[in-house]
Write a protein that binds this ligand. Structure first.
Ligand code: EPZ
Length: 427
């Protein structure tokens, strides 16, 4: 078990290169199940959620070959199983994408209730609504979800809530299902568009990804493809906030600036300088920052996954910020950790009121989930003194080489083994 040890108070300077998008990768890897032939997927982030997805493919019977650390060749021709092993599906939320992909190819799939970050209730009723509209039946027994239907057909589905997972899962199931499927009130996140682009490269006929309505004409056959995953919007946003919070000056490379607009706009409103180039953004800040009002919303609104990071930044802005979490019921659990660092934040349900303080101070911290963990890293980098962050496995699920990337920006951060005595006390 590892922890991060961070000596804060140093402004970050230099360049950082963003990795491939986690939330695209974890859907594109299951999508390879639909292809007859080899897929070469490039720009995969080397993170544990991707490793688990590759392991699931391999356990199902796919041939998975590493070409380099971010590129894998996957041949799913001889998949023999349609049941995702329990211990693997429980390790990450995105294991639900195997339902749509296996259903689309074999007409049946069985996956344990997915794990992932604890952000409050995370139902999958909208995923199941789409599958049943296409003619599948679903059963949930002993924590396992089974979907099956040998006569799947296109369907017209109006989602009750805008869901990234349900939109992408319905696309996976529909692209090899006979007939036209129309999805309305869909998610428009960059990773939704990336999955559609990848499936279209395999021969799918998907139109409208990135708008409110997606139309999918089912095809008989999908073939292998070479596909490179888009850069990770939230990883990029995390380094942008880190630059601002430490009052540094950082060039964030390998980004699609358009995807970052909701983040850049809020940073600029707070008084941070953001300069956009073709595939990079430069972020710098000095002196006092202004408070903000933020409400998280589906894309192109302000992303919920950036909410903990922005709270850290606003903890030292001059004045009162209001942060309204519009997607998840319970995404302020990390605030207790910021209070230990001297932040002044009151949470009432899904609203946090942040009274800016002059500075944060170091504390022993615990990462409760992926983005909360990244936010604590940024808080510790900007605070005076030495902080230690436990349970960093959550962070490594979604950030490739986070320690090394911050070190390259001049941060004083390293991994350390948690001593056995601490582990015994924690249990
Ligand atoms: C994806 O989760 C991301 N995860 C999350 O990122 C992200 O926070 C979220 O989208 C919102 O952008 C992955 O892509 C693997 P949703 P997902 O379905 O798809 C409700 C991270 O840090 N809902 O868009 O599971 C749900 O309760 C992670 O990288 C239903 O009611 O989220 C929530 O309130 C954390 N029924 C809202 O919709 C459903 O069937 C949005 O959830 C599905 C969702």
């Amino acid at each position: 078990m590892e922890k991060f040890v961070i000596k804060g108070g140093k402004a970050l300077h230099g360049e950082v290169t963003v990795s491939g998008a986690k939330n695209a990768a974890v859907a594109i890897l299951p999508a390879t199940i639909l292809a007859a032939g080899k897929c070469v997927i490039e720009n995969l982030p080397a993170i544990s959620d991707v490793m688990v997805s590759l392991q699931i493919l391999s356990e199902l019977g796919a041939n998975v070959t590493m070409l380099d650390k971010n590129t894998y060749e996957i041949d799913t021709t001889y998949i023999t199983s349609t049941q995702v092993p329990n211990e693997l599906s429980r390790q990450m939320r995105a294991s639900y994408y195997f339902l749509g992909a296996l259903l689309g190819r074999f007409g049946t799939a069985k996956v344990a209730m997915p794990g992932g970050c604890n952000l409050g209730p995370r139902p999958i009723d909208q995923h199941l609504k789409a599958f049943t509209a296409m003619g599948a039946e679903d059963t949930v027994e002993y924590g396992m979800i089974k979907v099956s239907g040998q006569e799947l057909h296109g369907a017209h589905i109006f989602f009750d809530v805008v869901s990234v997972g349900a939109t992408m899962n319905a696309m996976l199931a529909a692209c090899a299902t006979p007939g036209m499927t129309i999805l309305e009130n869909v998610a428009k996140e960059p990773h939704v568009v990336d999955l559609a682009n990848c499936l279209n490269m395999m021969g799918a006929e998907i139109r409208g990804a990135g708008t409110d309505v997606i139309k999918i004409r089912g095809v008989n056959y999908l073939h292998g493809c070479d596909y490179s995953i888009i850069p990770d919007q939230i990883e990029a946003g995390s380094y942008m906030v880190a630059a601002a919070a430490t009052r540094g000056d950082v060039l964030v490379r390998n980004v699609i600036p358009k995807h970052l607009e909701p983040i850049s706009a809020k940073l600029q409103a707070a008084g941070v300088l953001v300069e956009e180039f073709d595939d990079s953004v430069r972020v710098s800040a000095t002196g006092e920052l202004r408070p903000l009002k933020i409400k998280t919303m589906p894309h192109p609104g302000f992303p919920t996954d950036m909410q903990p990071l922005m709270t850290v930044l606003l903890s030292t802005a001059t004045g009162t910020s209001i942060i309204n979490e519009g997607i998840w019921e319970n995404r302020f659990r990390y605030v207790d950790e910021l209070l230990k660092m001297g932040a002044n934040i009151q949470v009432d349900g899904q609203v946090a009121v942040v009274e800016g303080v002059k500075s944060l101070h170091a504390a022993p911290l615990r990462a409760s989930d992926l983005r909360a963990g990244a936010a604590l890293v940024v808080a510790a980098l900007s605070a005076n003194g030495v902080s230690e962050i436990d349970e960093t496995g959550h962070i490594e699920r979604g950030y490739e080489n986070i320690v090394e990337k911050f070190q390259a920006l001049g941060a004083d951060i390293h991994r350390a083994e948690k001593p056995m005595a601490d582990l015994v006390r924690a249990n």
